[in-house]
Ligand binder design. Structure first.
Ligand code: AHM
Ligand code: MG
Length: 335
């Protein structure tokens, strides 16, 4: 093993020194990472721990919860509340925000997470992950409410995900670039394996659920049809396509080798902006993508500039290599 990799703890210490990052924020991130290390162990045990299959319950979005959705949600709630750095938290699997109970100390931060994204992939042993977003509690409040969570993505102080794939990888931004850590399962330590990640500006790879093609708006259809036309079409190059159906895995590929990810609005439910959730899926991923030099829009607007109106708000998502996202923006603006 290469012993030159910096541990997450030492990396966070260096951030404190270089950028005056708040120590409590660093400790909160360590606490999330530690819980995700346990989640990684549970996920890999699967059927041996009897954690696969449906929990026979549903969340506020009406989606059936898997046993692992419920278990991982509880693990993150328990450890993060007890950390003492949170005023409250919100999760894809909780109807409402949870204010830190009085038996724990309360802190300056608000945490939002999707405890296990890519639920449809749990039982088929395909990569899944935990996504998190950290906001500062607005200082003028003592008692927090849902309103305090409704901050634009540009207000995030940190965001990241942990991907449970062939390796367990923590990907993190504190607003000073994107860093990747691989979990060393023998020592249970996260070690820095990529720094200052940058996404190529151009790409020949797109990611979208093609089965929905007939429902898309014309700009998205035009973009994908041009990709499919390959070297003989207007783009004059052949494109590849990937769709893992776990946003964490698709975004990880884009952070690693570029590309574009789309989960757009479609005409089946015109009143619904998209499938993905703004506050704990699109915002943290958009923060990472922008920090790595990529771009992220709903269709007309930068995702990080959207003012959320409710906790479980949905949004159309187009993110990845800068020049590809710019092309979609042009098509949506009718250019
Ligand atoms: P989830 O939070 O219920 O797992 O849903 C989000 C996931 C994303 O990870 C992924 O990009 C998308 O849903 C896949 O959707 P589909 O199954 O429609 O292709
Ligand atoms: Mg999700």
């Amino acid at each position: 093993m290469n012993t030159n990799h910096l541990s997450l703890k030492l990396f966070l210490n260096s951030q404190q020194q270089a950028h005056k990052t708040d120590q409590n924020l660093c400790s909160l991130i360590e606490s999330i990472a530690h819980t995700c290390q346990k989640i990684s162990g549970l996920v890999s045990q699967g059927a041996l721990e009897n954690v696969l299959g449906s929990a026979e319950s549903s969340n506020i979005q009406g989606e059936t919860q898997q046993k692992l959705d419920v278990l991982t949600n509880n693990m993150l709630i328990d450890s993060c509340q007890a950390s003492g750095f949170l005023s409250g938290l919100a999760s894809e699997e909780l109807d409402e925000i949870l204010i830190t109970p009085s038996q724990y100390s309360s802190g300056d931060y608000l945490l939002l997470f999707d405890p296990l994204d890519g639920s449809s992939n749990i039982d088929v042993n395909v990569s899944i992950g935990t996504i998190f977003s950290i906001l500062k509690k607005p200082t003028h409040h003592n008692l927090i409410s849902e309103k305090d969570f409704l901050q634009k993505g540009s207000e995030q102080v940190a965001a990241g995900y942990v991907l449970y794939g062939p390796q367990t990888t923590l990907v993190l931004t504190l607003g000073q670039g994107v860093f990747m850590f691989t979990l060393d399962k023998s020592t249970k330590e996260y070690l820095l394996t990529r720094e200052n990640v940058l996404i190529p500006e151009d790409s020949k790879e797109f990611s979208i659920n093609m089965s929905n093609m007939r429902h898309w708006a014309p700009p998205v259809r035009k973009y994908v049809e041009e990709c499919l036309a390959g070297s003989t079409g207007p783009r004059q190059k052949d494109f590849n396509m990937r769709w893992i159906a776990s946003m964490v895995a698709d975004v990880h590929r884009i952070l690693t080798r570029g590309g574009i990810f789309m989960y757009p609005w479609d005409q089946r439910e015109p009143g619904k902006p998209g499938k993905l959730r703004l506050m704990y899926e699109a915002n943290p991923m958009s923060f990472l993508i922008e920090q790595a030099g990529g771009a992220s829009i709903n269709s007309q607007q930068n995702i990080l500039s959207i003012q959320p109106l409710k906790l479980h708000e949905r949004v159309s998502v187009i993110l990845g290599s800068k020049n590809e996202v710019a092309k979609l923006l042009e098509y949506h603006q009718g250019l």
